[in-house]
Design a protein around this ligand. Structure first.
Ligand SMILES: C[S@@+](CC[C@H](N)C(=O)[O-])C[C@H]1O[C@@H](n2cnc3c(N)ncnc32)[C@H](O)[C@@H]1O
Length: 278
């Protein structure tokens, strides 16, 4: 009942609804509720990488979180207490999240497409264009008040729904959709490099299939052919679906990396430096 009201009160623009984003957002919530115990470790580790990034910020004016979603993996109380302003960015913010954050006077939700390509994808399909659009994100690039940006479990998700939509409604050649997917991921990585402040990246890089006895059955990249330019500072497995309900009861695990400061602009807390440089 509560979820139905929550869903009814959550805004979703037409083009995002048609591209399946509302379905995805609720899918994440249902999976979280179903596998909460197994997801907790992932969420705790993601929050810890974000707090590591906060510790590297020499100024704490504005913090921006891309992919805030349900806030499962966002240390919202600590961010609100540490920064003058916190901007949560997602395509859609569940009503319950918008309601929850009203307790923090300095936290705002912003509905925006971080890849800045989705409307153009939708238009390309509507107008039967033969060339696919290119992602060129610019949001916050010129905002000198931004001291922290977090890209949170979002990178591999960026092409998922647009490519599903392209394949379902437009029939572009597979190679063209593959190039689109890769370009969207590479554009986000390049964007992170250019953003101001400490830029923290938490993302999955591989999907691992495991047998019920946890043996590895298969592994593939989740980056669509893009390569990760930064080494992981933290690394763990997210038990996305610990065990499928059907035979052969395989589980889906994501290999997640945490990079608290991709451009190493931040101050590294003394406790993290090797003894020789303290
Ligand atoms: C896997 S979830 C991240 C987990 C999320 N923080 C949570 O608490 O559940 C990915 C999030 O990215 C958002 N997202 C996907 N594509 C996006 C885009 N182009 N721009 C902004 N947000 C996007 C989704 O709506 C979703 O909330």
């Amino acid at each position: 009942m509560f979820q139905s009201i929550n869903r009814f009160l959550t805004r979703c623009p037409l083009h995002l609804n048609e591209m399946g984003f509302a379905r995805e957002l609720w899918g994440i919530r249902y999976r979280y509720l179903q596998y909460r115990e197994q997801w907790d470790d992932h969420c705790r580790r993601a929050r810890s990488v974000i707090l590591d990034a906060v510790a590297r910020c020499t100024q704490r004016r504005t913090a921006v979180v891309f992919g805030s979603g349900w806030l499962h993996d966002v240390p919202i109380a600590q961010l609100a207490a540490s920064f003058k302003k916190v901007i949560l960015v997602d395509l859609m913010h569940p009503f319950s999240v918008r309601w929850f954050v009203t307790r923090y006077r300095n936290v705002e939700t912003r509905e925006a497409d971080v890849s800045e390509v989705l409307v153009n994808v939708w238009n390309a399909v509507e107008k039967r264009e033969t060339i696919l659009p290119v992602s060129r994100p610019t949001m916050f690039l010129e905002d000198s008040e931004v001291d922290l940006v977090v890209s949170l479990n979002l990178l591999s998700q960026l092409p998922v729904m647009p490519s599903w939509y392209l394949n379902k409604y437009a029939k572009y050649p597979e190679s063209q959709v593959d190039l689109f997917n890769r370009q969207v991921v590479e554009a986000h990585l390049d964007y992170l490099r250019r953003l101001p402040g400490v830029v923290c990246l938490i993302c999955d890089i591989e999907l691992i299939t495991r047998s019920p006895t946890k043996d590895e059955v298969a592994r593939r990249s989740t980056l669509y052919g893009a390569s990760m330019p930064w080494d992981a500072v933290e690394e763990w497995e997210w038990a996305l679906v610990p065990r499928e309900p059907r035979e052969p009861y395989h589980g889906k695990y994501l290999r997640v990396i945490g990079v608290p400061d991709v451009n190493r602009r931040g101050h590294v807390p003394a406790v993290m430096l090797p003894l020789s440089v303290r």
